[in-house]
Design a protein around this ligand. Structure first.
Ligand SMILES: CC(C)(COP(=O)(O)OP(=O)(O)OC[C@H]1O[C@@H](n2cnc3c(N)ncnc32)[C@H](O)[C@@H]1OP(=O)(O)O)[C@@H](O)C(=O)NCCC(=O)NCCS
Length: 212
């Protein structure tokens, strides 16, 4: 079954920290940093989950269902867990975070991760596209991210979704690993809305053209 994607809540913090330490073992975010991200009004975090307990050593921590947070306007995003879900009814298999302060022109992809057993199935791309869509919806002009210079899998994903390298940040990561800074222009929300309106007018058939 395809993973369901929904906005993360603070109740996902334990499970996210388990994955953060598994996936970014060299340099995981602290629990406090992750917590701040989840509660910030300037971020959107998504989690992808599948039913049942995770069949590996890293089982997600028990999760308590919580009230809904707002949807982000995509049909691909499922509603938060319904009351009555049990703690092990689902486990998180991927997550991604966007920072998009309301006063800023630029947003940042804060992180994106998929559990090893589901990599290569399109989930990372799906999560990234949802962040891009949300950044466009918020009217940002550009989306930035940092990626390790040796992380070719992530770089290929980013390039295929329109990101291009704009700079190198030397010794940014633990172990003196350089970071590539990548950027992607976004369709300005107002311009995009205007363009859609123009297209729909232009696409309206005239009487002489007729309709099928
Ligand atoms: C980067 C990551 C999120 C990609 O997630 P994913 O679900 O495996 O990616 P997808 O299946 O959607 O693949 C999307 C594209 O990524 C690239 N890609 C994915 N895995 C790859 C690999 N092992 N080698 C090379 N390119 C790869 C490909 O371009 C792929 O497109 P394609 O399938 O059309 O060739 C995942 O590998 C991951 O969690 N890595 C560890 C955490 C991490 O490095 N996060 C990024 C921090 S900047």
């Amino acid at each position: 079954m395809a993973p369901r994607i929904r906005p993360a809540t603070l109740d996902d913090l334990d499970a996210l920290m388990v994955l953060e330490h598994e996936i970014f073992a060299d340099d995981p975010w602290s629990r406090e940093a992750m917590r701040s991200e989840l509660v910030s009004p300037h971020t959107l975090y998504l989690v992808a989950e599948v039913d049942g307990a995770r069949p590996v050593a890293f089982d997600a921590a028990p999760r308590i269902p919580s009230p809904a947070v707002g949807p982000i306007g995509s049909e691909a995003v499922a509603p938060p867990p319904a009351a009555g879900d049990t703690a092990d009814a689902a486990h998180i298999v991927g997550y991604a975070g966007l920072s998009a302060p309301s006063s800023a022109d630029q947003g940042d992809v804060q992180n994106i991760a998929v559990v090893p057993e589901l990599r290569g199935t399109g989930l990372g791309r799906q999560l990234l596209r949802l962040l891009i869509a949300e950044a466009e919806r918020r009217g940002l002009a550009d989306l930035l991210l940092e990626v390790r210079v040796d992380n070719t899998a992530a770089q290929r994903l980013y390039r295929s979704e329109g990101f291009a390298q704009i700079a190198i940040r030397p010794r940014y990561y633990r172990g003196a690993i350089d970071a590539l800074i990548m950027s992607r222009p976004l369709a300005n929300a107002t311009a995009a809305t205007a363009a859609i309106a123009t297209e729909s007018v232009a696409a309206t058939p005239t009487e002489t053209e007729g309709t099928p």
